[in-house]
Every structure is written in C-alpha cells, then in structure tokens.
Design a protein around this ligand. Sequence first.
Ligand code: GSH
Length: 212
Amino acid sequence: MTDIPVLYGFNGSTYVRTVRTVLAKKSIAYDQVPVNVLAGETRQPEHLARHPFGKVPVLDIDGLRLRETEAICRYLDDRTPEPSVVPAGAKDRALMTEVINMIGSYGYNAMLGGVAAYHLFPDFVGGKNEEARQQGLEDTKKLLTLIMEIKGDRPWIAGEQPSIADYLLGPLMFYLSLTPDMGEVLGVAGLEDWWDRLSADEHFVQTEPALG
Ligand SMILES: N[C@@H](CCC(=O)N[C@@H](CS)C(=O)NCC(=O)O)C(=O)O
C-alpha cells in the first residue's frame, strides 16, 4: 500500500461521493481508481479481491484497507479531526449514527434503486418498474420525514454542523433532484430548507459527479 490514500470507486457512486466530500473537506490528498458500478467493474476479480461483496468505496490508507462508508468517514475524522464531520456530543453522535444506518437499511434502495433508477438508469435495475417506483417513493418520504423530525429546527441533521449523515443523504438527494419526483419528495416538511443549505456547501458542490 502506498503513502497517499487510494480511493476505489467512481464519482457516480453516492457512497463514494460521501467519502470524497469528507476527503475534500479535510484537504486530504488521494489517488482514485474509478471502479465503475454501471460498467460492472465491481464484479471483476480485481475488485472482488478488494471487496468480496463487490461494493465501492474501498479506501487504502495508512496501511489499512477500509470498506464501508461510515467506517471510512469516521476513520478520516479521527485521523484529521478538523473540520469535524462527527458531532461532539454523545446524543448528536447517536442521532448521526441512527440516520446513517437508516439510510443504509431503508433509504438507499428506495431512493436510488426504486425512484432514481426508474428515471435515470432503468436498464441497471432490469427496466422501469412502476410498482418499485411507487414503493420507493413511499419509503423515501417516510424516511425523510423521520430524518427531518430528528433534525428538528437545527440547520443540519445532527446539529449545528454538517456531519456524515448529511453527506450520506446529499448524494442520494442529488439523484432524486434530477427526476420529476423531486417535487413530491421536497413536500416533506423541512427538507427543502436543508437541501438548499447542503446545495450551497462548498465541499458537497465540489464533488458533484459529471453526468453524461
Ligand atoms: N454499505 C456499503 C454500501 C456501498 C454500496 O452499496 N455501494 C454501491 C455503489 S453506490 C455499489 O458498490 N454497488 C455495486 C453493486 O451492488 O453491484 C457502504 O456503506 O459503503
């Protein structure tokens, strides 16, 4: 493993974007191997040797090979504490972790596989499935409603500063923003305000994938 961290995963991946945002925010230089999910590169032996379940991101750093976005971002935060993406208080850290895990369990498939893929890359999910889109939309609104309740009146999901939870949800929202379903999603109370705030975040903006 080299001295400079190596990030495996292409810019179109929402999880990879989360890691890129945190790396950018902390001004950590890195190399990137753009393993492309849509081109099936995560299923190639070369990548399966890095991640037997064929997922990105993977980050080689400081002699470690790390998988899982939350683990990667938390390590980056421990390694380079400022600016922090993990709240200082125990309660806010618990809320952040809760949201991160709910996005992984209930959000990613609904938002990306159910809604965004229907409009943007249907071939990747076996064609347009209206039932999956409807179910995805319902689950998306249910989860976002809960996340906005957790956020309450504060500017960010887990407090006064953006955390890993914001940078995990943001890339998924970005894909939704490219679909005609975004209007309905933004009907969730408090969401539009949060989305406007995140859309102006320097490091989130910097990592927007070039599409096409
Ligand atoms: N739990 C993993 C999920 C990573 C993940 O699902 N990545 C997607 C790209 S955004 C992927 O690699 N998909 C490839 C596939 O499922 O074939 C994490 O937190 O890093």
